[in-house]
Design a binder for this molecule. Structure first.
Ligand SMILES: NC(=O)C1=CN([C@@H]2O[C@H](COP(=O)(O)OP(=O)(O)OC[C@H]3O[C@@H](n4cnc5c(N)ncnc54)[C@H](OP(=O)(O)O)[C@@H]3O)[C@@H](O)[C@H]2O)[C@@H](O)CC1
Ligand SMILES: Nc1ncnc2c1ncn2[C@@H]1O[C@H](COP(=O)(O)OP(=O)(O)O)[C@@H](O)[C@H]1O
Ligand SMILES: [K+]
Length: 516
């Protein structure tokens, strides 16, 4: 499903109206009708009392249409205008006049108005501000939003909750806290990122007559991952299907280079997740001095002790040894639990240049990459030689901040733009983890993952994701397919765990592997 920002939505609206010739009033009628249907469902019955909060733009116009349909469905409605309706223009003015002729009750609300008697209503429809809103809600809009939030009534937001930044998911003060949001034509970026997603409640995308092709025509390349998208846009049709006459050699051999004495669990989780995600074989390369303690824990996985001079870490293991081991492997995942050591950035660069294996770099490997930016005048790893095989980076926001030399707050402010720019500039596939993980390709496509839950914010879940991603890569998926499908399956397995538990926060990383 397409996810648009306000500029793209404006261009699509314009194209649909001016080039295709579908009149704006037709789109508005479809929008208002769709919202009325969803608001009626939220109200859960006939003869309910709706307060429709109306702003001066097209969002307000849609709201007036919704009021008309809700009334036709047999409900009581009242329009509450946040701006003097005499100042309305274009389609909103037409809807205002229709509402007057139909004697739809209304009141003009201003900053000085007394509080609305909310007990007279069952449901609020928020049609104050849509994709044309800029900055924090002003004057009467702000006061009305505060009142609505304090009313305790369920709120159905039209297109976006008023007060939400439609482009990055930031929320202004105040912002409507909706029970559900009816997104028109396409989802909006602000609904797909935190904290906006929490304010939006359940997001329902409704068609209003704008053809999907209009989004493609306008060059939209941000998507929400869902099953149809996996098969259509990502080319992953029947991704679980295997021919009957097959053998383990057909599904790739993953090399996991992970773990140290203090963090052996990271390697264990990563290797086990790789195997569960369907690759044919997994070899786990680990410092040899603690290999004996692992023997027997993972009977399906081959172990390879790397000469570590008895230290139990990666500081004495040569990149050359790992490069040799990576020959004939279909994917190499490096980083979980390896720790940092002297000159590790140069170490990683040798691996980068020396192996032709597709790479998944996670955890400390990302911190090693960040180190390349502090080599004076080096230009960071962007200046490293181009690789012929793909690289997937899987940073959480802290690691991403180090990679970009920014603060976590800056990264979280616009995750979609950050991930896209980084992937394009560095020629890598990037998985920016966290709620609504963002996956960006070097070509500039962005996929937002809707699966997963807060119970997954626990040690080791990232190691599991790295293993799953490498496994899919080894099975012949492209980098963007492996990264997007990996994040989707990882989150879906996490959701299954949460759904099966009395206490959702009890989820631990191994549970995700078992639910794959
Ligand atoms: N085009 C179409 O046919 C279709 C459009 N559709 C619908 O239109 C919506 C977009 O409509 P839109 O562009 O008119 O903007 P919208 O969000 O209603 O209001 C902007 C107005 O509010 C004001 N304002 C802005 N910021 C403010 C603030 N912070 N605090 C207070 N006021 C603020 C600003 O006024 P100004 O400040 O400029 O005087 C401006 O006039 C979209 O979300 C969807 O619902 C769909 O049905 C599809 C078909
Ligand atoms: N609130 C959340 N909602 C959805 N997924 C989450 C949430 N918090 C964490 N996750 C997922 O859990 C994983 C955590 O990875 P990471 O931070 O690297 O953990 P670790 O380093 O302990 O392995 C990521 O895949 C992330 O997207
Ligand atoms: K709204």
């Amino acid at each position: 499903m397409y996810v648009v920002n306000s500029r793209e939505m404006r261009a699509i609206d314009h194209y649909t109206i001016e080039q295709i010739g579908i009149p704006a009033l037709v789109l508005m009628e479809n929008a208002g009708r769709a919202v009325a249907e969803e608001a009626a469902k939220l109200a859960g019955g006939d003869s309910r009392r709706f307060a429709i909060l109306v702003g001066k733009g097209n969002n307000g116009g849609d709201g007036i249409v919704a009021a008309r349909h809700l009334m036709e469905f047999g409900n009581e409605v009242k329009l509450i205008y946040a701006t003097d309706p005499a100042t309305f223009e274009h389609e909103a003015a037409i809807q205002r006049d229709i509402a007057r002729k139909l004697n739809i009750p209304y009141e003009n609300y201003s900053e000085g108005s007394p509080p609305i008697p909310w007990r007279d209503y069952d449901v609020i429809v928020d049609a104050l501000l849509g994709t044309g809103s800029r900055g924090a809600p002003r004057a009467a809009y702000a006061k009305l939003i505060d009142e609505a939030n304090g009313s305790g009534l369920p709120i159905c937001s039209l297109d976006i909750p008023s007060g939400l930044d439609p482009d990055n998911g930031g929320v202004h003060a105040p912002c409507i806290r909706a029970s559900c949001t009816v997104a028109l034509a396409f989802s909006k970026r602000g609904l797909e990122q935190q904290p906006g997603a929490d304010y939006a409640g359940r997001v329902i995308v409704r068609a209003i007559g704008i053809p999907k092709a209009a989004a493609e025509q306008q060059g939209v390349h941000t998507f929400r991952i869902e099953e149809p998208l996996l098969s259509d846009t990502l080319g992953l049709r029947n991704y679980e299907q295997r021919s009957s006459d097959t053998n383990k050699g057909s599904f790739g051999h993953v090399l996991v280079a992970a773990g140290s004495l203090a963090m052996s669990g990271a390697g264990l989780l990563c290797a086990k997740a790789a195997l569960r995600a369907g690759c044919g074989l997994v070899t786990w390369a680990l410092p040899e001095s603690w290999l004996p303690s692992i023997v027997g824990q993972l009977p399906e996985i081959m172990l390879r002790g790397m000469s570590d001079q008895g230290l139990g870490d990666w500081s004495r293991i040569t990149p050359q040894a790992l490069i040799e081991l990576s020959e004939k492997k279909a994917a190499l995942v490096f980083g979980p639990g390896v720790g940092r050591f002297t000159d590790d950035t140069a170490w990683l660069r040798e691996l980068w240049e020396g192996t032709s294996c597709p790479l998944v770099l996670d955890a400390d490997a990302l911190n090693m990459l960040s180190g390349s930016s502090s080599d004076s005048g080096s230009g960071g790893f962007k200046a490293w030689p181009k690789r012929s095989s793909p690289v997937i980076l899987t940073p959480h926001p802290g690691e991403m901040a180090r990679l970009c030399g920014k603060s976590v707050k800056d990264i979280q402010m616009d995750r979609i733009a950050t991930a896209r720019t980084f992937a394009e500039e560095h020629g890598v596939t990037l998985v920016l983890k966290g709620a609504h993980t963002v996956i960006a390709s070097p070509a500039g496509d962005v996929f937002i993952n809707p699966t997963g839950n807060a119970g997954m914010a626990t040690g080791g879940t990232g190691d599991v994701l790295a293993g799953i991603t490498a496994s899919l890569l080894a099975q012949g998926k492209t980098a963007i397919q492996a990264a997007a499908l990996g994040a989707y399956l990882h989150g879906a397995a996490g959701d299954r765990v949460a759904d099966s538990r009395a206490y959702k926060a009890s989820l631990i990383a191994s549970d995700i592997i078992e639910q794959l």
